[in-house]
Design a binder for this molecule. Sequence first.
Ligand code: MV4
Length: 445
Amino acid sequence: MIKKILIANRGEIAVRIMRAARELGIKTVAVYSTADKDSMHVKHADEAVCIGPAPSPQSYLNMRALMTTALLTGADAIHPGYGFLSENADFAEMVEEHGLIWIGPKSETIRLMGDKVRAKEIAIKTGIPVVPGSKGAVNTLEEAKEVVKEIGLPIVVKAASGGGGRGIRLVETMDQLEEGYKAARLEGKTVFGDDTVFIERYLQNPKHIELQVFGDNHGNVVVFGERDCSTQRKKQKVIEEAPAIALTPKVREEIINRIQKAVTEIGYANAGTVEFLYENEQFYFMEMNTRLQVEHPVTEMVYDVDLVKEQIRIANGEKLGYTQKDVKATGHAIECRINAEDPETFIPSPGKINEYDAPAGQGVRVDSFLYDGYTVPSSYDSMISKLIVHGKDRNDAIKKAQDALAKFQIKGIKTNIELHKKILDRPEFKEGTKNTIHWLEKFLG
Ligand code: MV4
């Protein structure tokens, strides 16, 4: 049984994980960098250990410091949160090898899904629809030309170790192919240490829809529906919602059933997200994320489930305790990511908060680590808060989000709260199907 969890993260997600642990009667160990000594996650933990200076490679990414801290504090499990080391198979393996519990999928699964070529092969094998493209890796420019002759233009060249938008090149004409192919390979090599690439037909104007899956260590898998994460800028999600109203009940049921079957087949354990592009009523597999996601609360709201508690229970060896037909979504949830950033330039805007007043009420949730007088450090992500609302339907949720945003006061630093108000007020957003992955960027001009 897990008695003490080390949380290898900071910010709102560290606080979020501590809440789940406390509710389960489990002690927590916070780790922090010197830049985070006054941070909320340090105050909320049962114990806190400083693991290094502000730069992440020397603190939150320092595997040896984290492992040592876990052993010295007697933690029996590590929760990585999202970002940082959450999808680092080497770290998950290190934790496993030291006899501690990794609260996430097996290191082997993380390694497999980190390789987008192998992940796509698994998708094809298990009956998940994929974007037409090369059969596996494309090793020469000649091969790339052959693939283009077969599937036509435009195409994208993607790094096999990529993800989150790095190492991807759009090729619209034959004479752009050499440059795009070489650039994707080089970016793969420089950013991920792997120059393997593959090719896909380019989808012009899709939505980004992802499905939340959950497996236990006894062969049971449940899919907690989908999220629409299309409202994004520069591959950073801004608003996420559940369910995706673009889907008809039939299309939703079919993709849920397919994924449930496929994820059961691969013996997946713990939380995962299967990401798709969605265009003309078709799903196209992109990748599988082997971690808890930032936007997990919208799923929690509509399925009335605590996904972090579920992660901990599953890591403890417990069974899921419900099946696919037991889980049902109610109403609509919307998450607004509140960033400390300049509203014009989007440049991060850290600094001291001299007034903080968060909204509350029925169906209103704020996941944050802010308090009056807190100084947002400059060393980390600019996301400082998540506003999540749950309404009886999408219009109700939009209205609740607008009311909550009107009440939200964060003074002393610049935030994107006004941007959220503008987005929620747009007819194209309200309509709900026109906001594809390119919509927000076009709207912002
Ligand atoms: C694509 C695509 C269109 N067609 N693949 C960007 C991030 C990476 N995870 C995959 N990405 C894309 N892959 C094909 N075959 C368009 C994108 C894309 C995108 C995807 C999701 C959310 C935002 C995006 C913004 C630009 C491009």
